[in-house]
Design a protein around this ligand. Structure first.
Ligand code: ADP
Length: 482
């Protein structure tokens, strides 16, 4: 449902990557655009160019008058919903949407949307790779990489609706010959979107053809207020789906089962543990997919061919298998694409092997749940680097698991003392303070057959710019070991 923006007064609140993209997109549609950011003008690097582009800027604080003068407000996912000016104009009945709603309403073609507490980026990237391998014109973005408003022009171009022919170079492995005639309705452009709970809070019409909810575990409770509110935001991924659409859910996660109760879409489940009537599952050594209840399960691939470590990645692959089959991709193409998939950087990424010791970078493990999954990926002999900026986490819950599989915990960052206190007596702990010292200690202590794992269970901001920076520093130190 395309909205009319010409000459409309639109305010973009929050000048992050998606806010900037939204502002420029709105301008290109002929809207009168103002952006508002709480940061002072001096730290907003893009300010001069925005002014040159004819976009008004309000920096340093928000003005209620600016908010009231608009036809539409586009709010960035980083901006809390309880900003006083927002609350007031919301009460006045002002239309407030997010960048996802804005962009998605202009996207051409079909949408696969992926949410969950953990595994979004991995699964989104994987689904994108599979669709590309099948020859579909595929775009990937959303909460990762490219904002949705920035994908719009490309989706229109690829669909040929702007009068130009689609550019086949956008799909690296053009292998259209494999698709059967019945799949033709699934040709055209596909946008694979990672969507966060914050983005979903502000959708009004967002209707993905295929929606995935990988898992719902406590996260971001500081922003959403309660677990119920957080789960409700994730449920909005299916709010506007109809019986023509598909919803893919994790059969082993009770919280995603709550989403099932709210949907009108056709539900497909995935499970690594038991046979599923409609969806993807592991049986013996293989992944199978059943297209409809009562149908015969078809083999997709052996589990052993998944090139990613960790049981959680089997779940991500199962979810991706459902999405890809529902998009009409055949099992053989899925198998080939999964086999050549490389772990996304900083997600249980293999770094190197030195003297029989394998080094893994899971810097994205910024909460305890992700660290638990990382540790569960290895049978034992782990030297685990933990720490960073604490997020009010409970590290003691890892006690039993660490006792079984971890030889040494090596701590870094400001959470070190708390971690040492909560895990005292459970496992051998060495305080390293810095990453440099941590890698040196791990190298010293690990023997052939062991694994050195960075999966810190904490945010990175005490010692690093972000988790990517932390992961890169770790990898450089590991590559420098002799
Ligand atoms: P997100 O985009 O949701 O943060 P990522 O793919 O970036 O997800 O992975 C984030 C962290 O969670 C990484 O440490 C990764 O190893 C772990 N992880 C990935 N998939 C899952 C899953 N299905 N369940 C639990 N943890 C996962």
């Amino acid at each position: 449902m395309v909205m009319e923006l010409k000459n409309k007064r639109v305010l973009v609140v929050g000048l992050g990557k998606s806010g900037l993209s939204a502002a420029r997109f709105l301008k290109s549609k002929g809207a009168k655009v103002t952006v508002s950011d709480a940061r002072p003008a001096t730290v907003i690097a893009e300010l001069p160019t925005l002014l040159d582009e004819g976009i008004s800027v309000e920096a340093g604080s928000h003005g209620l008058l600016t908010f009231r003068r608009q036809d539409l407000i586009v709010v960035s996912p980083g901006v809390p919903a309880d900003v006083p000016e927002l609350k007031q104009v919301r009460a006045m009945g002002m239309r407030i949407i997010g960048e996802l709603e804005l962009g998605a309403s202009f996207l051409e073609g079909e949408v696969v949307a992926i949410t969950g507490s953990n595994g979004k980026t991995t699964t989104t990237t994987l689904v994108g790779e599979i669709l590309k391998a099948s020859g579909r014109l595929t775009l990937v973005g959303g909460n990762i990489g490219t904002p949705v408003t920035e994908m719009v022009a490309e989706s229109i171009k690829l669909s040929g609706h702007d009068g130009q022919t689609a550019d086949p170079s956008a799909s690296p492995q053009d292998d259209k010959s494999k698709n059967t005639a019945q799949d033709d309705k699934f040709k055209g452009v596909w946008s694979v979107l990672e969507v966060s709970s914050f983005q979903l809070e502000t959708v009004e019409t967002f209707k993905p053809k295929i929606a995935l909810v990988l898992n719902i575990t406590p996260d971001h409770l500081d922003r959403h207020g309660s677990f119920e509110a957080y789960a409700a935001a994730k449920t909005r991924i299916t709010e506007f789906q109809t019986a023509d659409d598909f919803l893919v859910l994790n059969a082993e996660d009770v919280n995603t089962q709550l989403v099932a109760a709210k949907t009108k879409a056709q539900i497909y489940w995935f499970s690594p543990k038991r046979q599923i009537k409609q969806g993807a599952f592991v049986h013996g050594e293989s992944i199978l997919f059943t297209a409809r209840e009562g149908g015969k399960p078809e083999p997709v691939m052996p589990v052993a061919e998944i090139p990613l470590a960790g049981a959680h990645n089997v779940e991500n692959v199962l979810a991706a298998v459902c999405a890809a089959r529902l998009a009409g991709v055949d099992a053989k193409t899925i198998r080939t694409a999964v086999r050549s998939f490389k772990a996304v950087e900083h997600r249980l990424e293999f770094v190197r092997e030195l003297g029989g010791v394998r080094y893994f970078n899971d810097s994205k493990a910024t909460n305890v749940d992700a660290t638990v999954k990382a540790v569960e990926s290895f049978a034992g002999g782990i030297h685990l680097i933990l720490g960073g900026k604490d997020k009010d986490s409970n590290y003691a819950v890892m006690g039993q698991l660490l006792r079984e599989r971890v030889k040494t915990v090596i701590t870094i960052g400001s959470a070190a003392e708390k971690i040492e206190r909560e895990l005292a007596g459970v496992v051998k702990i060495e305080a390293a303070e810095t990453m440099q010292r941590a890698v040196a200690l791990a190298h010293e202590q690990a023997s052939a057959g062991d694994t050195v794992l960075l999966a810190p269970a904490c945010a990175s901001f005490d010692q690093f710019e972000n988790y990517e920076h932390r992961g890169r520093v770790f990898k450089e130190l590991v590559m420098a070991l002799r």
